[in-house]
Design a protein around this ligand. Structure first.
Ligand SMILES: NC(=O)c1ccc[n+]([C@@H]2O[C@H](COP(=O)([O-])OP(=O)(O)OC[C@H]3O[C@@H](n4cnc5c(N)ncnc54)[C@H](OP(=O)(O)O)[C@@H]3O)[C@@H](O)[C@H]2O)c1
Length: 324
């Protein structure tokens, strides 16, 4: 639980009773949750992301439906739940049980176990939603697609999904010691954070990327825009460096590039089904276990959140709420 009282923040494990906010809420027995960058923001003092003083954290979870009146989610359905107010304004997935409105719950494809679903998690969902947005815009197989923040939860899965889908992911990272790991995940090549674009003195850089998935925002996103090929697009899904964007209109009006916004939180039911279905097609082609930084119990969450805050993790931290 994350609790803020009189300006003092505390985190810890407690026994609390799960209660629905609405009688129609779906009850899920949680097999796994995961640690996301957003969980770190929720667990901060004076958080602008957390909307209540006290809650069970965890913006995503996967498990089995225990109780539901929704005919599309009968008891026993294996599901992923993420988005909406989960772990932000209502109790989330860092628990053995969670209640959620049905619209944030998606039945998992046969090929996706609840463990794989939470290795994927909100991060992988966002990576796949980004890839589908680029494909909708006409991304061509065999082309080089830039991924920034590549060793992170979203970035590492974007690299793996692009490679498994027939593209050539180029991983941009500030962690050069992780280059081999990124190559093993399917990166065609690895570049530094400052190597996204050339011609620094000019308005536009060389036309380099057929597409891009950006987890970083700020100056990095501006550099991507000036180095996209004619007609290409960047899927903007993150802001780890900055929420600011200073650019010119030249990439848009002389190269016809597109800036595609990606949001997983309020993704519609049809988008959720499309993304999880696409993940189900890719799942048999991907070895997900190397994307696990480590598996933790609820008691280890405070240090896991610290590690994500400090950027010392690689891929996803899985949370297993079942007591050992
Ligand atoms: N749109 C959505 O619905 C949605 C969903 C999930 C996440 N997100 C956002 O996506 C972003 C990534 O999330 P995540 O879970 O992948 O986070 P993460 O696991 O913490 O990874 C972020 C990565 O970005 C790089 N990085 C960190 N600080 C940086 C800096 N100051 N400048 C440049 N690069 C930096 C690091 O990779 P390298 O060391 O490899 O450079 C780090 O591993 C976050 O902003 C998160 O809020 C959005």
């Amino acid at each position: 639980m994350v609790t803020e009282s009189d300006g003092t923040l505390s985190t810890g494990v407690r026994d609390v009773e799960s209660t629905p906010l609405d009688p129609s809420d779906v009850l899920i027995a949680v097999d796994y949750s995961g640690v996301n960058f957003k969980d770190v923001m929720v667990a901060a003092a004076k958080s602008r992301v957390r909307r209540v003083a006290s809650l069970v954290g965890g913006v995503d979870a996967a498990g089995t439906v225990m109780r539901s009146i929704d005919p599309t989610l009968p008891e026993g359905t294996r599901v992923a739940v993420h988005g909406g107010a989960l772990g932000v304004a209502r109790d989330g997935g860092f628990a053995q049980f969670v209640f959620s409105p049905a619209r944030y719950v998606t039945a998992l494809p046969e090929s996706v176990s609840t463990r794989v679903a939470m290795i994927v998690g909100t991060a992988g969902f966002t990576a796949m939603a980004s890839l589908l947005a680029l494909e909708d815009r006409g991304l061509e197989k065999g082309s080089e697609v830039l991924v920034t923040g590549a060793t992170g939860g979203v970035g590492s899965q974007a690299v793996a999904f692009l490679a498994a889908s027939g593209y050539l992911p180029v991983a941009s990272t500030g962690s050069p010691s992780e280059s081999q790991w990124l190559l093993d995940r399917g990166a065609r090549r690895v570049i530094g954070r400052d190597d996204v674009a050339d011609n620094p003195g000019r308005v536009l850089a060389s036309e380099t990327w057929a597409g891009a998935i950006d987890c970083v925002g700020g100056e990095t996103l501006a550099q991507i825009l000036r180095s996209l090929r004619y007609g290409a697009a960047v899927a903007a899904c993150g802001l780890v460096a900055s929420a600011e964007l200073a650019t010119t209109v030249y990439p848009f009006i002389t190269r016809s590039v597109a800036l595609l916004g990606i949001d997983s939180v309020e993704a519609t039911t049809s988008t959720r089904e499309r993304v999880w279905s696409a993940l189900g097609v890719l799942a048999p082609r991907i070895d997900f276990e190397p994307l696990v930084d480590r598996e933790v119990q609820l008691e280890d969450l405070t240090s896991a959140l610290d590690d994500v805050r400090n950027g010392t993790t690689r891929g996803r931290i899985l949370v297993n709420p079942t007591p050992v």
